[in-house]
Design a protein. Structure first.
Length: 93
């Protein structure tokens, strides 16, 4: 089975991929909101890349139990600046 992201492609039957997770949410239960700014998120992405991550999972809406639902507009306001900063500083999809 092939997995494609951006300009990369992996055969998932060959090995397990390493995913770096960045939570761009103020109420993240796993990192306490440490990646709210685009700069902080990009710094974490660079660290993941150096550590050998294959791909990034960047979320802008909390999935913790009881989290407040946000609008698509609010999610995009959080996500787009982070994506831009990460895209400029890493080659990870």
């Amino acid at each position: 089975m092939l997995f494609k992201a951006r300009d990369k492609q992996w055969d998932l039957s060959e090995r397990t991929l390493v995913v770096g997770v960045i939570n761009a949410t103020p109420d993240s239960f796993s990192d306490g909101g440490e990646c709210l700014s685009p700069e902080a998120a990009a710094s974490k992405a660079v660290a993941f890349e150096k550590a050998g991550a294959d791909i990034l999972d960047i979320g802008a809406e909390s999935t913790r139990p009881g989290a407040r639902l946000i609008t698509a507009e609010e999610e995009m306001e959080r996500l787009l600046p982070v994506l831009k900063a990460v895209f400029e500083q890493t080659a990870l999809p």
